[in-house]
Ligand binder design. Sequence first.
Ligand code: AMP
Ligand code: MG
Length: 406
Amino acid sequence: MPTSGFRISAYLSVDQAIETMCAQAQCHLATEKVIVTEALGRILAEDITAPFSLPPYDNAAVDGYGVRSVDHTESPRRVVCRAAAGAVADCSLGPGEAVRLFTGTPLPHGVDAVVMQEKCQREGDWVRIPAGVAPGTNCRRAGEDVRRGHRALTAGTRLRPQDLGLTAALGLRTLPVRVALRVALFSTGDELREPGVPLPPGCIYDANRYTIYSCLTSLGCVVTNMGILPDSETAVTAALQDAALRHDLLVTSGGVSVGEEDHVRAAVREIGALYIWRVKIKPGKPVAIGSVANVPFLGLPGNPVAAMVAFLILCRPLVLTLAGRSFQPPALYPIQASFGLTRSPGRREFLRVRLDDGRATLCPMQGAAVLSSLSHADGFADLGETVEHVQPDDIIRFLPLTDLLW
Ligand code: AMP
Ligand code: MG
């Protein structure tokens, strides 16, 4: 995280805030080896270079007969040998000859095309093959998938099922991955109560810790649930200082706005540094980014939709960077709006929308506290800072929630 270089007073755009945070954040996590079956969702710590080519040898792509494509004739060819999967045909094909092959069996010397068995007529030791087989037909070439010595996977990749299959195909039993990012997660607010206990008048149940805990775990972090902090600068200061000793990232929600009960920013200033406060994002503007004892700190807004939007849009890139993952801005899909609206420009806005018949439909309540709008949403309509109107049928940018939770 940065220690200098930009002013706290700067009111940054979403992209500037992300760029500023990520440019100066680094992954300091150790590497461990895990067996491939345990590596799903882990972050690759080193490039994986292919120790041999894949496939390792030229082989048949179908069950059928291996031939020489120069033999144009349709007259029957003599079947000189046979090789099933796992076996190697011990023959070299001469003119007018064929070899019985199965999917994946190595191509014997001389074979440069494989004709699928459905197109062939077998009669005893002979097989009739249609004329005009092009060279290379149904042949899989050594190295056409991955070449020996080439990079098969890049450091920073979050491993998906297909990546694990690829590493297994390359003969690897273990993979170097980053240990998980340890995150301490707090809620703040005297009005908050833990679900399951009776609710006194004027209080509400803590929702943010559940939303943000799950966002963090879905990104692969190990989260310590630190509970609810009171609205007291002393309490926040002590708790953050203590958590910084055992965590790689500190996250709070609430208490970062401008009310006199908002103590989180003051606490962070007192014991660390605040680099960003307020970003041109809606919802989610009052977000505080800094560090405590050199541990990055994210102070999310209290309103539940604002907290999740600020986390997924602004803070997720930083979390991924700290976790050792390469961050690519999420894809924005062009989609037709089924709604119209007029808004005041100035902030990039993430409206909760559903997909209906391939069109974006606005969730009816868009308030920063209306958490059900997120439950009903498939994703966000992403309106740029300068957008003032959306007309029905306009093409807008759609950001699926699922793309942000991985
Ligand atoms: P604050 O920024 O602390 O003033 O909070 C703004 C609004 O969000 C208030 O209505 C808070 O009650 C609410 N809020 C803060 N934290 C949470 C939380 N963890 N869960 C649900 N609502 C919250
Ligand atoms: Mg509060």
